[in-house]
Design a binder for this molecule. Structure first.
Ligand code: UTP
Length: 332
C-alpha cells in the first residue's frame, strides 16, 4: 500500500527550533520523530511505497531518511504550504492505478497503534481518540450504524460538539481516486479554512459521494506539534522504553527513565526523570529533568526543567558578584 506522509509545514509553533531544523527531525526520546513512524511502517511491512510531501528544509529530511533507512522513498515537493489537503493532493502523480487504497500519516504525530488492525477493514477508516474537550479538535459524527455522517472542524465554544471523537491524523482510504477527486473539488471551489485547503473538507465531500467511512480508536496518540506535547511524547517514549544504562557517571545521579546518547559527559549532576540527553552533550554541576537536549549541547551550573535545547546550544550560569544592601530582594 502507498503511504503518504505530509511534512511540508513550517512548524511555527515549535520555533525557533523549526527555523533551522524541520519539525519532523526534532529529537524525541533520542531519535528524530519521523524515525518512529518510518521504522514501524517498514517493520510491519505495510508500505509498498512511502511518499513524503516536503517543503521548507525538505532536503534535510531527505538526507536523514536516505541515510537512516534502507528503503527507496518517494519525495514530492509542495511548492507552497497551502494546507494538508493540498499537500496530500501533491501525491497524485504517484497513484497510477485507479481505485488504489492509501494510508495518510501526519509526520508530526506518533501513534502507539497496531496499523495492521487499522487497515484490516472493508471500508475507509479514520483514526480517532475520545477527548475531554472536543472543541479544540476536528471531530467525527457517526450514524447509528457506526459510519461517519459528517466531519466538524473545531466546534465553536457556543456549539455543542456532536461527539467527543477527535480526528488524530491517521487516515486509511480505500479509494484514492475518490479522494483526489474530492481534493480537486475543494481546490476548484476554493473551500478553505484560514486560507488553507483542509483534508477534512475533502473527506466530507467523499461522504456526500456515498464513500463509507468508519473509525478506529487510537489510544496511543502522541502529538509532537507544540513544545508541551513534544515533551509529553518524550516522557511517553522514555517511560515505555524504560531502559537502564550501565552507569558511567559515578559522581552523578541518574533518575530513570532517561535517554543518554553516545559520548556524553556528565559530572556532578542529577539527570532525570524524563531527560533526553543526545550525543556529545556535556553536562556539569546541573540538574536536568523533563527536557530534551539535542546533540552537542553544553550545560553548566544550571537547573533545567521542561526545556528543549537545540543542537550546539550552551546554557551556562555564571557566578555573580553582588553587593546587596539590607532588606533587599534579588531573584535570579
Ligand atoms: P500542522 O498544521 O500541524 O503543521 O500540519 P505545521 O503547519 O507544520 O505546524 P504549525 O501549525 O505551523 O505549528 C500537520 C502536518 O501536515 C503537514 C505538516 O508538515 C505536518 O506534518 N503539512 C501541513 C504539509 O505538509 N503541508 C501544509 O501545507 C500544511
Amino acid at each position: 500500500m502507498k503511504v503518504i506522509i505530509p511534512v511540508a509545514g513550517f512548524g511555527t509553533r515549535l520555533r525557533p527550533h523549526t527555523l533551522t531544523k524541520p519539525k519532523v527531525l526534532l529529537n524525541v526520546g533520542g531519535k528524530p520523530m519521523i524515525f518512529y513512524i518510518i521504522d514501524q511502517l517498514i517493520k510491519d511491512k505495510i508500505a509498498s511505497s512511502i511518499i513524503l510531501i516536503t517543503g521548507f528544509l525538505g532536503e534535510k529530511i531527505r538526507e536523514y531518511l536516505d541515510n537512516a533507512f534502507d528503503f527507496k522513498f518517494d519525495y514530492i515537493v509542495q511548492e507552497e504550504a497551502k494546507g494538508l489537503g493540498h499537500a496530500v493532493h501533491c501525491a497524485k502523480p504517484v497513484f497510477k492505478n485507479k481505485n488504489e487504497e492509501c494510508l495518510i500519516i501526519l509526520g508530526d504525530t506518533l501513534f502507539d497503534v497496531d496499523l495492521k488492525k487499522l487497515i484490516n477493514s472493508n471500508d475507509s477508516v479514520i483514526g480517532v481518540k475520545k477527548v475531554d474537550d472536543p472543541r479544540r479538535f476536528g471531530v467525527v459524527e457517526k450514524n447509528d450504524n457506526g459510519f461517519i455522517k459528517r466531519f466538524v472542524e473545531k466546534p465553536s465554544s457556543k456549539e455543542i460538539s456532536p461527539s467527543n471523537e477527535a480526528i488524530v491524523g491517521l487516515y486509511y482510504l480505500k479509494n484514492s481516486s475518490v479522494m483526489f477527486n474530492s481534493l480537486e473539488y475543494i481546490m476548484k471551489n476554493k473551500i478553505t479554512v484560514k486560507g488553507e485547503f483542509q483534508l477534512t473538507d475533502a473527506l466530507e465531500n467523499m461522504i456526500s459521494k456515498k464513500e463509507k467511512m468508519t473509525t478506529y480508536n487510537v489510544t496511543g496518540w502522541l502529538d509532537c506539534g507544540k513544545p508541551e506535547t513534544l515533551l509529553e511524547t518524550n516522557r511517553y517514549i522514555l517511560q515505555k522504553r524504560n531502559k537502564k544504562i550501565k552507569s558511567e557517571y559515578p559522581d552523578s545521579k541518574i533518575i530513570y527513565p532517561v535517554h543518554i546518547g553516545k559520548n556524553v559527559e556528565i559530572t556532578d549532576s542529577i539527570i532525570g526523570p524524563f531527560a533526553t540527553i543526545n550525543n556529545n552533550c556535556r553536562v556539569s554541576k546541573s540538574i536536568i529533568s523533563n527536557s530534551i537536549l539535542d546533540n552537542d549541547v553544553t550545560v553548566e551550573n544550571a537547573i533545567i526543567e521542561e526545556s528543549i535545547i537545540g543542537e550546539g546550544a550552551a546554557v551556562k550560569r555564571e557566578t555573580v558578584k553582588i553587593s546587596l544592601g539590607n532588606n533587599s530582594e534579588l531573584k535570579i
